[in-house]
Design a binder for this molecule. Structure first.
Ligand code: HEC
Ligand code: HEC
Length: 212
């Protein structure tokens, strides 16, 4: 899916940076915490993030609503979760060649600023649900998923916000955890999707995509 011109541009950006080894996210999380406690810091970082995300916006959208169906929305995502996934790409526990390379260009302050910028954008429902699928999906979600992703699907610092997420991306992600392909490894998620069963993935996807 990576548009070739974007990939070329990214290769140039990555080439221009030293690409230091991943050394943890303490400094980034300290900035995120500071922003939560201090509105002036938050406003400044959100503004910086709007500018620093110029390249991300090609795929994740100007305001965090993705431009392509296989790209996740970042609007209203928890900033701590965004930082955790940037780290997962950098440490290699989450595998996506393009994203892994691109994350190396970001400094600590840019990571915090971009996470806070996207977290600050309003979410919209990705699709209107077909009623039968949404009803079945709501039941499965309530039974198997709310303990971590919360009743409203907004998640927490550790558990992704999945309400209003792109249906194609949700489908891909859930099948990946089920297949245990190694692109993304999370025992809790693999167990949850195994309990859900492949046949029920679609109804949950439709339900989640319809939430705001
Ligand atoms: C060429 C398109 C493209 C660009 C540009 C891009 N991304 Fe992504 N991003 C993706 C795709 C595709 C995924 C999903 C990868 C997967 O399925 O594991 C992703 C996933 C992510 C995730 C994980 C989200 C989640 O819900 O788990 C984060 C965080 C992220 N990108 C941040 C960024 C940031 C920050 C930038 C800019 C520095 C950026 N991306 C630029 C395509 C892009
Ligand atoms: C025990 C806690 C737990 C339960 C229960 C759980 N999840 Fe998750 N989920 C997680 C964690 C932790 C992650 C992030 C894992 C990672 O980094 O790969 C996640 C990630 C996801 C993602 C990827 C989000 C993104 O932005 O990339 C989706 C989609 C998802 N869960 C859907 C579900 C659904 C649907 C259910 C119910 C069938 C469910 N989860 C049940 C903990 C849970």
């Amino acid at each position: 899916m990576i548009r070739s011109r974007l990939a070329l541009f990214a290769a140039l950006l990555i080439g221009a940076c030293s690409g230091t080894a991943f050394a943890g996210n303490e400094a980034v999380m300290q900035l995120v915490a500071k922003a939560a406690a201090d509105p002036a810091t938050r406003t400044a970082l959100v503004r910086e993030g709007d500018a620093a995300a110029f390249f991300c916006k090609n795929c994740h959208g100007d305001k965090g609503i993705a431009r392509y169906p296989e790209v996740p929305n970042l609007a209203s995502q928890n900033p701590a979760y965004i930082v955790s996934q940037i780290d997962a790409f950098l440490s290699g526990t989450r595998r996506n060649e393009f994203m892994q390379g691109l994350m190396k260009v970001l400094g600590d302050r840019e990571k915090a600023a971009i996470a806070l910028f996207y977290a600050n954008q309003p979410a919209t429902a990705a699709v209107a649900p077909p009623p039968p699928a949404a009803t079945a999906g709501a039941g499965h979600y309530k039974r198997l998923c709310v303990s971590c992703h919360q009743a409203d699907g907004y998640g927490t610092e550790t558990f992704a916000r999945i309400a209003g997420q792109q249906p194609t991306y949700l489908r891909l992600s859930l099948k990946r955890y089920l297949a245990r392909s190694g692109e993304r490894t999370n025992a809790e998620m693999s167990a949850s999707v195994a309990q859900l069963g492949e046949a029920n993935i679609e109804s949950v996807v439709q339900y989640l995509a319809s939430l705001k």
